[in-house]
Design a binder for this molecule. Structure first.
Ligand code: SF4
Length: 258
């Protein structure tokens, strides 16, 4: 296992060069950064993102088709019997609070925003159950607004391992990341960090040998295998297959637990 190195020692150049290389490699490894929640409108993504708290995207994607089939608009969901909504979202956990939040948010959309999801962060975070992370996901993914960088548990862990932040508070991590990545890439960057953390830089036993960021990472726990472009191509495959692609050793890999 290699000794842990400082960020400054990770490349021959300075910290600016290391960060530029990190941006380049991350973009190559995840060329199509996408949200793994299924949705057909900004409102559906808002609801799905609220339901994803303390759950998995896969679980939410199993729940939302029936929910949106029965309640197809914010008005319909807002007026639904609470017990029925609770039953539909039960498997995502914390279902009473989540049902209350998605109905409450839908009600405010109807009463104050003409049934549309507002396009700015300040008004979005006023909705029940919508914190900054959810607002960034919806704005960046469904509305094309680079309001910030989504920082969940995966993105926060990756940011700290790469020494792009030493904060624990997601809002402070986001502030640090926004200083590293250009604004036009903020939504994509959030998805890239989440996906990199979900499939490669996992919490326990990160796949450092296969990681395309290896040479640039002060927290790496193994030497790199092969060139970074090949590792990036393998990660692109893995992400595209949502964790089901074969890894470079040919071993089938199950979707990483969240
Ligand atoms: S080298 Fe390891 S710790 Fe660093 S980003 Fe890659 S997987 Fe994470």
């Amino acid at each position: 296992m290699p000794a842990r190195r400082t960020a400054a020692a990770a490349t021959d150049g300075g910290e600016d060069e290391r960060r530029a290389l990190l941006r380049r490699r991350l973009a190559r490894a995840i060329p199509r950064p996408e949200c793994e929640l299924d949705f057909a409108s900004p409102w559906q993504l808002l609801v799905a993102t609220i339901l994803s708290a303390q759950s998995t995207d896969r679980t939410v994607n199993r729940v939302t088709p029936a929910l949106f089939a029965r309640y197809a608009t914010p008005a319909a969901l807002a007026a639904a019997p609470p017990g029925d909504v609770e039953a539909l979202v039960k498997s995502t956990g914390f279902f009473r609070n989540k049902a209350k939040a998605i109905q409450g948010a839908s009600r405010v959309l109807v009463e104050q925003h003409g049934g549309e999801v507002p396009r700015d962060l300040e008004r979005l975070v006023e909705l029940p159950g919508v914190a900054r992370k959810t607002a960034n996901v919806v704005l960046g993914t469904a509305l094309g607004v680079n309001s910030g960088i989504t920082v969940d548990t995966h993105a926060g862990r990756v940011a700290r391992r790469l020494e792009l932040s030493d904060e624990q508070d997601p809002v402070k991590v986001e502030r640090d990341l926004c200083a590293v990545f250009p604004r036009r890439s903020w939504a994509d960057t959030g998805h890239r960090l989440v996906l990199h953390g979900r499939y490669v830089c996992v919490a326990r036993k990160p796949r450092c040998a296969a990681c395309p960021l290896n040479e640039l990472c002060p927290a790496r726990e193994a030497d790199p295998e092969g060139g970074w472009t090949a590792r990036a191509a393998a990660e692109a495959q893995l992400v595209a297959a949502r964790g089901e692609a074969p890894d470079p050793s040919g071993t089938s890999r199950r979707r990483a637990a969240r």
